[in-house]
Every structure is written in structure tokens, then in C-alpha cells.
Design a protein around this ligand. Structure first.
Ligand code: ASP
Length: 357
């Protein structure tokens, strides 16, 4: 377990207290003078770059993954470490800020939203496109505003009790967010759900969009994720052998099928037959759209309707990041395939909008 360093003291019992968790990513990297590549440097250096941390009037504890990791190396076991760290410190802190690489931030945020069942406190993930030691860094702003959001309380309750991503002025629900730009500071988007807050001179919260888990239930931390899953992106001209190879992965239990438009696929009899056989064998196949925005509606075109007949489950307006981590989570709970299929169509943490019949 990482050691927690106490940053500045709680002034009064009413003051918020925040745990800052540094996992790695560009925000804390430094340029290798010889190779020019960005490499991790330690959290102590990062703290020195942000003396402003001392100026918050509330208590900030901090800890770091040792060693810090590039987010391309994040996996279900590191999500589990993160979720456990939050659970173990849940009573001591009012909110959590997770510094994380941007590349897989949307996956981690999605995974945490399922792993932390009954979450009633803010968990804000942030990072940056430029290291915090660089003059034009976006990291300082992202970090300081994330801390402010995590500490924001109203009538003794946190304003945003969700897993979110804060990046370049926008706070978005973690399991609705995707990384859309490898270069711009404005790197993340939530296409199918409105931002939860916008930071300008003031931080303007959109309270009607913020989710509150049903009160009273204690936090439950689930760390079992089943990685016997895959994502298959369809493309015009895809061959039967490619689909057969994906569906034939030994032990595969869940597949996210990225389809065209509103959930459509080419009308090859072999495609429906192969999907049908996989589903009959207990595999859970979920249909999400390749489009950034919009939802799957499998009944709309014949090319989508055939997938219903094959037993493919509708992923509604889910992001791929959310669908794959939700599948890992549900399959990790040892539920029968029929129950996993049903729950893929239920919003567990605000990750999908299910149309009313
Ligand atoms: N490769 C880095 C990471 O995701 C990129 C970043 O932080 O922006 O860890």
C-alpha cells in the first residue's frame, strides 16, 4: 500500500480533506535529455512543481504508485489497487483526486465506476498533455481545479459524488468519456451525456445531470474483473476467418462488437450463424456503435435486426471503454450469462441511457 504524506492540516472539523493519488502519466514526467523521451519522475518532484498545493485551506493527503506507471500499463490489477486504496481511505477523506495518464484514463474511470458500488464521494481523475514542469503545462490548472471540485460540499454533502474526469475546463462522467485528441489540451469528450460542470471564473455545476447513488448503502469495492473479453471492430470487407478467429479465442466469455451507425453489420449469413453459435455457447456479445455520438438501435434497419436474432445484446449509447470494463466487471461476479446480458442493458453507474418503452 502506498504511504500517505499529509500535505497541510485540516483547519476545522468542517473543512474538507482530500486524498491525492499519483499513478503516473505525462503530468509527472520529465524529458530524458539523451533520448528526448518522456519518463516518469517521482511524486516529490511533482509536488515541488506545485507549491500552490500548500495554499488550499483544507487538508490534502497524498500518495504515489511506486513506481509510477504510464497509463498504457494500467490493467485490472492496477484498477483493483486504486479501488482498494480509495476503499481503505474512504472514511478519512471527503474526496479523491487521481493523477493518471491520459491514454487509458477513460478505461480506468469506467472501471472504477463499476468497482466502487454505492460511491457517495467524488473520485476525480485528471492528468495533462504536457508535463507539470513545463512552462505551458495544462497540468497545474487541471490538478488545482480537480482538487477544488473534489472538495466542493453543499449542506455537508459532496457536490459531485461520482467517478469523473476533469480536463481542460470540463468535468464529465468517467464512464461516458473518451479520449479524442492525442495533441490538444482539450483531449476528452462526453458525446452522449452533458458535462457535469464547467470551470471558468467560477465552477458552474450542472446539478440536474449529477448522479447520486441511492443513499444509505455502504461503499462496496469489487476487485474481481474477468479479462476473458475482446473488442471486435467491424469494417467493410471483414472476412469470415477474422470473425471466426475472434469468436474462437479459447475461453472467451464476452465480446464487444463495434458496429456501424445505429448498430448495423454486413448481411453475411455466416456472421449471424457464427454469432448465434457463440451466444448459444454462453458468450455475451454486446453491440456498441463505432460512431462517437448516438446510440445503437438494433431494430431500426434489417442490418441491425439480424443481430437481435443472433442473440447480440444492445449496448445503447455506451462507449467502448465503458462496455468492455462493464463486461469484465459483470463476468467477474460469476453471474450466469443470461444475467450478464440483462445487466448490460441496465444503467449501473449512469453509463448508458436506456430508452423508455
Ligand atoms: N502515455 C501517457 C499516459 O497515458 C500519456 C499521457 O499521460 O498523456 O500515461
Amino acid at each position: 500500500m502506498p504511504v500517505i504524506v499529509e500535505e497541510n492540516r485540516r483547519m476545522t472539523a468542517q473543512d474538507a480533506s482530500i486524498l491525492l493519488i499519483y499513478t503516473g502519466g505525462t503530468i509527472g514526467m520529465i524529458e530524458n535529455a539523451e533520448t528526448g523521451a518522456l519518463e516518469n519522475f517521482d511524486f516529490e518532484q511533482l509536488r515541488l512543481q506545485v507549491p500552490e498545493l500548500q495554499r488550499f485551506s483544507f487538508h490534502i493527503g497524498s500518495c504515489s504508485f511506486d513506481p509510477p506507471i504510464d497509463s498504457s500499463d494500467m490493467d485490472p490489477s492496477t484498477w483493483g489497487r486504486l479501488a482498494t486504496l480509495i476503499r481503505d481511505n474512504y472514511e478519512r477523506y471527503d474526496g479523491f483526486v487521481v493523477l493518471h495518464g491520459t491514454d487509458t484514463m477513460a478505461y480506468t474511470a469506467s472501471a472504477l465506476s463499476f468497482m466502487l458500488e454505492g460511491l457517495g464521494k467524488p473520485v476525480i481523475l485528471t492528468g495533462s498533455q504536457l508535463p507539470i514542469g513545463m512552462l505551458r503545462t495544462d497540468g497545474k490548472e487541471n490538478l488545482l481545479t480537480s482538487i477544488e471540485i473534489a472538495a466542493e460540499q453543499e449542506e455537508g454533502r459532496p457536490v459531485v459524488p461520482e467517478v469523473c474526469i476533469f480536463f481542460e475546463n470540463h468535468l464529465t462522467r468517467g464512464n461516458r468519456t473518451v479520449k479524442v485528441n492525442a495533441e490538444n489540451f482539450n483531449a476528452f469528450r462526453s458525446f452522449n451525456y452533458p458535462p457535469l460542470a464547467e470551470a471558468g471564473i467560477h465552477i458552474k455545476y450542472e446539478r440536474q445531470f449529477i448522479r447520486r447513488a441511492p443513499g444509505g448503502a455502504p461503499l462496496r469495492c469489487h476487485t474481481r474483473m474477468d479479462t476473458a473479453v475482446a473488442v471486435l471492430k467491424l469494417f467493410p470487407g471483414i472476412r469470415e476467418e477474422a470473425v471466426a478467429a475472434a469468436l474462437g479465442i479459447p475461453g472467451l466469455r464476452g465480446l464487444v462488437l463495434e458496429t456501424f451507425g445505429a448498430g448495423n453489420a454486413p448481411r453475411h449469413p455466416w456472421l449471424v450463424r457464427r454469432l448465434k453459435d457463440a451466444v448459444a455457447g454462453g458468450m455475451v456479445v454486446v453491440n456498441v456503435t463505432q460512431c462517437g455520438a448516438g446510440a445503437v438501435e438494433m431494430g431500426r434497419y434489417e442490418t441491425g435486426r439480424q443481430l437481435i436474432e443472433a442473440g447480440v445484446v444492445c449496448g445503447h449509447d455506451s462507449t467502448t471503454e465503458s462496455a468492455i470494463t462493464k463486461l469484465m466487471f459483470l463476468l467477474g461476479q460469476d453471474l450466469p450469462p443470461a444475467e450478464v446480458r440483462r445487466l448490460m442493458g441496465v444503467s449501473l453507474a449512469g453509463e448508458i441511457t436506456v430508452p423508455q418503452p
